[in-house]
Design a protein around this ligand. Structure first.
Ligand code: 8YV
Length: 319
């Protein structure tokens, strides 16, 4: 008998075709957002769940999952939506989908940098609403990206691809991570042992760290104060790594010129002040949203399930 898999969201056709071929797939063709209770109800006769970051597996939800559920094979690299300790305590395997989304997320990061620096949101709104009436040398003047210093907080897979792409703009790369990378990964980037030491070197700062209790509000008022005046901050990792009130205050005071954000605390009910600030370039959590990457994420999640149900160690086991 094929293992039964609860798939919580509508996935690309090619991924669902493979799911149907190899598993007893419980799909969600209407792409309805399930609550914790609905997941528990739908999981009662399945062997594994293939969720997205939109489904929250709190300790309470995991405790109530039926005993038959052996794995949570995420369609995401991030796993902050899953209480790992609770999963471990119940012997539930948790996997993610690293690597396959690094290029797409790095592209979006560069877009946030360019969009924030060159005022893409303001410009688009002017043209679209018909408010564009004039031109002058001082009109819509932004910040040049080329040749600036880029600070990368979290120099993992995505951070390293961002560095490579940013070198195309002749940017000087600085980074902080828990440990220094080998020279072939650094590719000339300058390591800073603490976030505090990184901050003064960032004309642009981009965040690519894992969201965890240790990184909660990592970018706070104290660290923003250490950035050069007029710096630009972008975030395509998780909203929880930024203190919204501190970022908003710095965008209002002029300490920061602009920000580009793809992720937020409490998405999609973001801090309302972001919508009112003209100097924030806002995207709706689409870092990995390309056709190629969505399929690759689905196949990677399926590779992990295939390993689990054939008694092999899944490549991307988190717990
Ligand atoms: C996904 C992401 O779109 O993979 C992640 O961690 O944040 C995004 O790339 C989303 O999580 C899919 O579940």
């Amino acid at each position: 008998m094929k293992p039964a898999i609860l798939v919580t969201r509508k996935l690309p056709d090619a991924v669902e075709a493979r799911l149907r071929r190899d598993y007893d797939a419980r799909l969600n063709p209407g792409d309805i957002l399930y609550s914790g209770d609905e997941i528990i109800e739908r999981a009662k006769d399945v062997d594994a769940i293939l969720p997205c970051h939109t489904e929250k597996f709190s300790a309470e939800v995991i405790a109530r999952l039926p005993g038959r559920v052996r794995a949570i094979a995420n369609f995401s690299v991030g796993y902050d939506h899953v209480d790992l300790q609770a999963a471990k305590a119940r012997g539930i395997i948790v996997t993610n989908t690293p690597e396959v989304l690094s290029d797409a997320t790095a592209e979006l990061t560069l877009m946030l940098m360019l969009g924030a620096a060159r005022r893409a949101g303001e410009g688009e709104r002017l043209v679209r609403t018909g408010a564009w009436k004039d031109w002058s040398p001082g009109f819509m003047v932004g910040t040049q990206v080329t040749g600036k210093r880029l600070g990368i907080l979290g120099f993992g897979r995505v951070g390293q691809v961002v560095a490579r792409r940013a070198r195309g703009f002749d940017m000087e790369i600085h980074y902080h991570d828990l440990r220094r990378m080998a020279p072939e990964r650094e590719e000339g980037a300058t390591y800073h042992p603490t976030p505090e030491e990184l901050m003064p070197h960032c004309d642009f700062l981009t965040l690519h760290c894992v969201s965890s209790p240790e990184t909660f509000r990592l970018l706070n008022a104290g660290r923003i104060a250490l950035l050069p005046d007029g710096a630009i901050v972008v975030n395509a990792s998780r909203g929880a790594v930024v203190d919204d009130d501190a970022l908003i205050a710095a965008l209002k005071s002029g300490k920061l010129t602009a920000a580009g954000l793809d992720v937020y605390q409490n998405e999609p009910d973001i801090h309302p002040e972001y919508r009112r600030l003209p100097n924030v370039f806002l995207m709706p959590h689409i870092g990995s949203a390309t056709k190629e990457t969505r399929e690759a994420m689905g196949f990677r999640a399926l590779d992990n399930l295939d390993a689990i149900f054939s008694g092999r160690e899944p490549r991307d086991r988190v717990v």
